[in-house]
Design a protein around this ligand. Sequence first.
Ligand SMILES: NC(=O)c1ccc[n+]([C@@H]2O[C@H](COP(=O)([O-])OP(=O)(O)OC[C@H]3O[C@@H](n4cnc5c(N)ncnc54)[C@H](O)[C@@H]3O)[C@@H](O)[C@H]2O)c1
Ligand SMILES: CC(=O)[C@H](C)O
Length: 238
Amino acid sequence: MENLSGKSALITGGSRGIGRAVALKLASIGVNIAITGRNYESLQETLAAADQYDVDAAAIVADMKNKDDIKAAVNHTIETFGHIDILINNAGVMDNALFLDTTEEMFRDLFETNVMGPYHMMQQVLPQMIERKTGDIVNIASMSAVNASEQTAAYSATKFALTGLTEGVMKEMRKHNIRTFTINPSAVLTDLIGEPSLERDTMIHAEDVADVIVSQLQLNRRVFVKTNQIWATNPQQK
Ligand SMILES: NC(=O)c1ccc[n+]([C@@H]2O[C@H](COP(=O)([O-])OP(=O)(O)OC[C@H]3O[C@@H](n4cnc5c(N)ncnc54)[C@H](O)[C@@H]3O)[C@@H](O)[C@H]2O)c1
Ligand SMILES: CC(=O)[C@H](C)O
């Protein structure tokens, strides 16, 4: 197993939900964390929760729809920690809408955040990973990247796109000792899905996703699992 202590991670969308849980889990095992988000106060709240761990932590206000913000966030993280070992492309948005009610603006907004964000992030982070001949990139897709559903055609399209992007990057990067893989959770109890129709305790929690991600990162660097589907064991309708 890999010891991740002393490594540094950049996690997008670290103020709540899965991103916050991943940031805190990584901090709990000694990984220095930089988290990005659009709201300074909520980022500070995650940093306060990480305070109990003996790691360096930074909060960076950055909109994943803005290329300049992404460049600045990556530069800030490298200036703070020296390099980035782990990139978690987590920030994402979902819109529940029938296809004919999905405006071009909604469609573009979903692609800007869920696909262009990770694209720009990987463009900025990969050169220093290639130079250092090591690195891990975790892209949070979804089970919606495997099966599309009614009312999430546009969201699904972004996650299918992210999956293709990740697989292509993975095939180019593994010769540089860089592991690039996707995590596909089904419904997770976070703000993204609103009020759930399932019993909360029987759903996947953000901390469960964080456990899966960290366990994957702890695998010997010789190997990685390309796609991780996360299912709830026995989800119950309310
Ligand atoms: N919750 C689920 O059921 C579920 C299932 C599968 C995959 N996912 C994916 O997991 C990821 C995290 O989602 P979550 O469930 O934690 O949702 P969430 O809404 O709780 O958190 C999303 C985070 O992304 C940030 N974000 C959104 N747009 C941003 C932007 N333009 N710039 C910067 N930050 C931005 C938000 O501020 C927030 O911190 C997303 O990519 C989502 O698609 C979620
Ligand atoms: C919100 C999402 O991504 C689905 C439920 O997998």
